[in-house]
Design a protein around this ligand. Structure first.
Ligand SMILES: Cc1ncc(COP(=O)(O)O)c(C=O)c1O
Length: 381
């Protein structure tokens, strides 16, 4: 069981971390204020600096990711942006992969405006990383499994490449979650999450996580968060804490359901391609088996028929499975990435990495797998 610490005046420990909604705190004395600001004691002054409800969840997620500490912020994209703002500057190269969450492309456009160089590579061709590493490569960012095509990149290989030029390796672990993968133990410098997804798990909060293996990184990221004001509000932190109580159970069931769904879809004549790292013939299976545990996550991608109209018809016929974006929640969701998460990407970029107009992304929930497969079957037939 996890050990919890609560900063509470109640004598006994509350079973749930109290929601501290205060934005500011009355200074008990100048001496206490000095001790807090000098870091001699833990304490709070202003919400943008820190909040006890948020802090309790940070400590819990740090334990889950085998991290020294963790910084929580307002969204997954805020987490990613904070990492860029903290560790990159004009003239630096960020090396990343085509198959990553669509909004990364938008953030890259902003980075380019500030003089950064962003290089996009095919995740299935690791040798391209070696070819594109340069003296100004300061960061490698990957998602594994990736969004939406669940491609796998070898974290240990990326570590070796990053070491050639002293670059940081940042892994977005949103799809895998700490239940399946611990990137810090494989050499990553930072782990990012959209906690809006599997960690929260109920479609009712938005949050981002940056897990750090060293105190130094925590301090640097904390400085950025405090400066720009991306501190999470305590109500969302409390919902996240509640989500974490059932996280492992949910992650296990989602992976079990995703595997059964992937096997069913692989044998269906109307499904032209299934991508799931748990399938033996999947491009990422070998590496995923090496770096993931307890299964392969809850998300898969597949192509329905040959045209977008085939995929749309299939989605419209679903009765149990929801047509919605996001992933990692209790319900099973499907969406067409080209009409949703990848909408703003230039056409040639989508096709380069293999997302088709008829590609469907499915996030398996925790429902009865027979019922989910029956729903898929009636919608495909
Ligand atoms: C892999 C991945 N990273 C980051 C994000 C962004 O997270 P958020 O929506 O919490 O900003 C998402 C969102 O879907 C995602 O799938």
């Amino acid at each position: 069981m996890r050990q919890r610490e609560h900063l509470t005046p109640y004598g006994n420990k509350p079973m749930v971390t109290p929601i501290v909604s205060a934005v500011n705190y009355e200074y008990v004395s100048f001496e206490i204020l000095r001790q807090i600001t000098d870091g001699e004691i833990d304490g709070y002054t202003y919400h943008r600096d820190d909040n006890p409800t948020v802090r309790a969840v940070e400590k819990e997620i740090a334990m889950m990711e085998k991290a020294n500490d963790c910084v929580i912020c307002t969204s997954g994209m805020a987490a990613l942006t904070m990492v860029f703002l903290t560790y990159l500057k004009a003239g630096d190269q960020l090396l990343t992969f085509h198959d990553t969450y669509g909004a990364n492309y938008k953030v890259a456009l902003i980075l380019e405006k500030f003089g950064l160089e962003v290089t996009w590579l095919d995740a299935t061709k690791p040798e391209k990383v070696a070819e594109n590493i340069k003296d100004n490569t300061k960061m490698i960012l990957c998602e594994t499994p990736s969004n939406p095509l669940v491609k796998i990149v070898d974290i240990e290989y990326l570590r070796q490449q990053a070491d050639r030029v002293g670059a940081m390796l940042v892994v977005d672990n949103t799809f895998a979650t700490p239940y399946h993968q611990l990137p810090l133990t494989l050499g990553a410098d930072l782990v990012i999450h959209s906690a809006t997804k599997g960690l929260g798990g109920h479609n009712d909060l938005m949050a981002g996580v940056i897990a750090c293996p060293k105190r130094e990184y925590y301090d640097e990221l904390w400085f950025t968060r405090q400066a720009i004001g991306t501190t999470l509000d305590p109500f969302a932190a409390s919902l996240l804490e509640r989500g974490l109580k059932t996280f492992e159970m949910r992650a296990a069931k989602m992976a079990e359901n995703a595997m059964a769904i992937a096997e069913f879809l692989s044998s269906h004549p109307k499904v032209t391609k299934v991508r799931y790292p748990g399938l033996l013939d999947d491009q990422g299976h070998k590496t995923a088996s090496k770096q993931m545990k307890n299964g392969f996550g809850g998300v898969l991608a597949f192509d329905v028929g040959r045209k977008q109209s085939h995929a749309k018809k299939f989605v419209e016929k679903l009765k149990v499975i929801y047509h919605a974006v996001s992933l990692g929640c209790t319900e099973t969701l499907v969406c067409l990435p080209v009409l949703t998460t990848m909408l703003y990407l230039p056409e040639e970029r989508r096709t380069t990495f293999g997302v088709k107009p008829n590609t469907v992304r499915l996030s398996a929930g925790i429902g009865d797998v027979e019922e989910l497969i029956d729903d898929l079957k009636q919608a495909l037939d």
